[in-house]
Every structure is written in structure tokens, then in C-alpha cells.
Design a protein around this ligand. Sequence first.
Ligand code: SAM
Ligand code: SF4
Length: 326
Amino acid sequence: MHSVLQDRFGRSIDYLRLSVTDRCDMRCTYCMPEGFGDYEEPGDWLSFDEIERVVAAFARMGTSKFRITGGEPLLRRNLSVLAGRLQHLDGVKDLSLSTNATQLAKHAASLKAAGVSRLNVSLDSLCSERILNITRRDALASVLEGLLVAKSCGFSPIKINMVVMDGVNEDEIDNMVAFCMSHGFILRLIETMPMGETGRNAGFVDLRPIRQRLQSRFGLVDGVVAGGGPARYLVAPEGGFSIGFITPLSQHFCETCNRVRLSVDGTLYLCLGQEHSFALRPLLRAGVSDHELDEAIRSAIDIKPERHEFREQPGKIIRVMSSTGG
Ligand code: SAM
Ligand code: SF4
């Protein structure tokens, strides 16, 4: 193994988020515009062979955690086959998946068998009418079915990602806490990020007061939960329950950022809140050697910016989350 991937600010890059499609069967109001159709051409999608090469390159430079995401990753055909191939690569220690779970009931068993260990599922409400309004799909029943099938397949932990929005679902947090407690799921509350018009108009809620309220209501203490990400957790002192808070705006975590993102067309995005990117696909298709690929990735990591400017320049990022790979 070469020396570990490190950026100019001394941050080790040990986490790659891997988008396998920019398409989705939902249109969450904070993510994808309703009539969105600005997709990458299938000929520009990285093939499984190309994805495997990029993951192998990151893994030999010390990146150990990989998360498959999108768009909706379960829309990519034969995803379990890809997961199985990635799981077997030297250096891949943790392979996880983010999904909206509409197709999870069908795929949970094969994903588990392929070696996906951890699941994050987006669920912003337990009310079917609200889910229809938020995702623009009548999807609550299929999402809940997917979750229960995944649980019965033995996925652990299953984390529930709830984007909290003013006037939309803020009043449901306690219900969601009870739901997650009863199923042994880990709830994570997320602040909206101003990515695209959709993200900017999503009804930002500062999660700090909510954290304080939940802490005293349930007698929680600061704690640590396994995972590669930026969530800060409150846990029950006797164990058994935790809530994560992902607060990119109210308390940004850029100084400990350990990740980069690969979009479906093979572009590395170095920060969600900046434009810095590096196109790997042309190199892959020009037949670069492993050494040249490693060097290209190192030079991409060299341009990783210090921090996002979501607060200072909320209008800056036009890309929507589903295109970048959330
Ligand atoms: N489709 C899958 C899903 O929904 O879990 C994976 C991709 S989705 C882009 C990944 C995560 O990004 C989801 O948890 C979603 O809630 C979050 N997300 C999308 N747009 C966002 C925004 N503007 N602000 C904060 N989170 C956002
Ligand atoms: Fe699709 Fe996930 Fe974006 Fe919702 S958040 S539109 S499910 S990619």
C-alpha cells in the first residue's frame, strides 16, 4: 500500500461515496426538481469494471470505507453483483448503502449476501400523505416493507435519515424517535443544505434546539456510534438507543471531513458545497495504468477545498444532491 491519501489540510480521505446512478424514482422536494430530466447518458455511466478500478485505487491508497449511493442506487441493474465485486477488493473494509428503500424488499437479501453491511434509509415522515407531498410518490408502504425485510435479513445497524423541514415534518420528530426505538433503528436528523433551488427552498431548521430538547426529554448523553460520517450522536446511557444530528449549517464539520464523492459519470467531487472536481472517466477510457490512476486521484485530493460556504454563499451550488451522489 502507498502512503495514505491526505489533503492539503492534513485530512485523511478514508471514505468514498460512490454514485451508481443519478436517476431516482422519487422527487424529494429538497433534492430533485419535480420535472428533472437532466441525466447523464448511459454511455457516460462508469461501467462496473470502471467503478471497480476506481474503488481498488482508493483502497490501495488507504481508503477503507465505501458507500453506494445515487440518485436511487437500487435502480442500477445488478447492483448486488457490483457490491459483491467491491466487497472482495483488498482494503475494502466497510461497504454500505444509502437508499430510499422503495425497492429494498426485493433486493435486501441479495445485497446482504453480497457483503453490504450497513444501510441508511431515507424516511422523512410516517404519514403517507406527507410522504406523497415530500417525495411526490405514494411510497410509504413500500418503504416500510423494505425496512422490515432488511431488518429480517439481519442488516445492522439500519439508520433512518430524516431531513427536518420547517412546517413540513418538524412536528413528527418525537413519533419518529418512538418508531426507531421500537424497531432498533438509529435515527439521524439532517439539516437541509442549499444545493440547487430545491435545497435552498426546503425550509431549513437549525437542529441545535431540537437536540437540546430531545436530550433532556429522553435523558440522553453524548456518545459515539460506528460509521464513517459527520453525525454527532446522543445515546441512552444504558444503551439501546441513539440519535444522530447532521448539522452542516449550524455546526459545520469541515475540519474533520474525510470523504470525496464519485458521480455516475466518473467525476470526483471534492466537496458538496464547492465546484472543485476532477474527471476520471476520460483517463479510465484512455487506458491509464494503475500508477497513473493513483497519481490522478492524488492530484484530485490536492484540490479538495478547506470548507463549504453554504452559509456565506447559499446561492453558489447549482448541482442538486442526486446528481452529485448524496
Ligand atoms: N436516494 C437515496 C436516499 O434518498 O437515501 C440515496 C441518495 S440521497 C441524495 C442521499 C441523502 O441525501 C438522503 O438522506 C437525502 O435525504 C439527502 N439529501 C438530498 N438532498 C438534500 C439537501 N438538499 N439537504 C440535505 N440532505 C439532502
Ligand atoms: Fe431520490 Fe434520494 Fe434525492 Fe429523494 S433524496 S429524490 S430518494 S435521490
